[in-house]
Ligand binder design. Structure first.
Ligand SMILES: Nc1nc2c(c(=O)[nH]1)N[C@H]1C(S)=C(S)[C@@H](COP(=O)(O)O)O[C@H]1N2
Ligand SMILES: [Mo]
Length: 247
């Protein structure tokens, strides 16, 4: 299928999908934010995005300047917030030791920092972006994956988005449960306090606002995948695209 819609596939499995509204920063009167300081920009964007998202029925929009080339996406109708203290990540399903982790527990685990190009399947790319987190494979080892497990399903505290990986994909060393982006704590707009970072795959695989990891016996296609995106979302080798993978 082609994946050239604004934020999601324009068509999935022959079906027209609404692609949502794109709201340009200028239209929000936020152009000046682009020259303010980094933290100020992000706080301003978080607040503005939260209020705009509440009014946008699709919850899908993008903001261009001031975010270093990132587009903001959410299929939910708000930007969900969890404080560092309230955040929990549960790991359950086909594991010997189901667990619920605080942010402090996650950041105390061995950390990995990866610098790769972020690549959205719709074409935009943000070069050389650092993400830091604990490898999914470490978390899976700590919880003890049971025989018969084949896949991992991700749920989000926006209550809507889901993603999935095969167990083999999840065990790669470039699949992170990430809590830092560009060497700063992940902001709410970018899926903080914790998101998935599936480095070798298109960015739709990197579920924001990650709240649950469930080990399962088969892949259950994620949110966009039910509308036609490939479950195996390798950059350059899926969704009908042949971008250069970056590593
Ligand atoms: N929970 C959640 N995660 C999500 C999405 C979403 O809508 N909701 N969109 C995906 C898509 S299509 C992209 S391109 C990236 C966008 O991440 P960003 O908002 O940090 O740029 O998040 C991915 N993860
Ligand atoms: Mo995307």
């Amino acid at each position: 299928m082609n994946g050239t819609g604004a934020g999601g596939p324009a068509r999935g499995k022959g079906e027209e999908r609404p692609v949502g509204r794109r709201i340009i920063l200028g239209a929000l009167g936020l152009g000046a934010l682009g020259v303010a300081g980094g933290a100020t920009i992000q706080r301003g964007l978080d607040n503005t995005l939260a209020s705009v998202a509440g009014k946008d029925p699709t919850g899908l929009f993008s903001v261009l300047p001031g975010t270093g080339g990132f587009r903001f996406y959410s299929v939910a109708d708000t930007v969900p917030h969890r404080s560092a203290d309230d955040y929990r990540l549960t790991v359950d399903g086909l594991v010997d030791r189901p667990a619920s982790y605080t942010l402090a527990e996650l950041t105390a685990m061995p950390s990995t920092r990866l610098v790769r190009d972020v690549q959205c399947v719709t074409g935009w790319r943000v070069p050389k972006t650092a993400f830091t987190g604990v490898t999914l494979s470490h978390l899976l080892d700590v919880c003890g994956v049971r025989p018969g497990a084949r896949a991992v399903r991700f749920t989000c505290f926006d209550g809507v988005y889901t993603e999935s990986l095969t167990l083999d994909q999840a065990r790669r060393d470039d699949m992170l449960v990430s809590y830092r982006m560009r060497d700063e704590p992940l902001t709410a707009a970018h899926g903080g306090p914790v998101r998935l970072y599936a480095a070798p795959m298109y960015f739709y695989k990197s579920a924001k606002w990650l709240s649950g990891i469930t080990v399962t016996d088969r892949v259950q296609p994620g949110y966009w995948e039910r509308y036609g995106y490939d479950v195996d979302g390798w950059v350059g080798e899926s969704n009908g695209r042949d971008d250069e993978p970056t590593s």
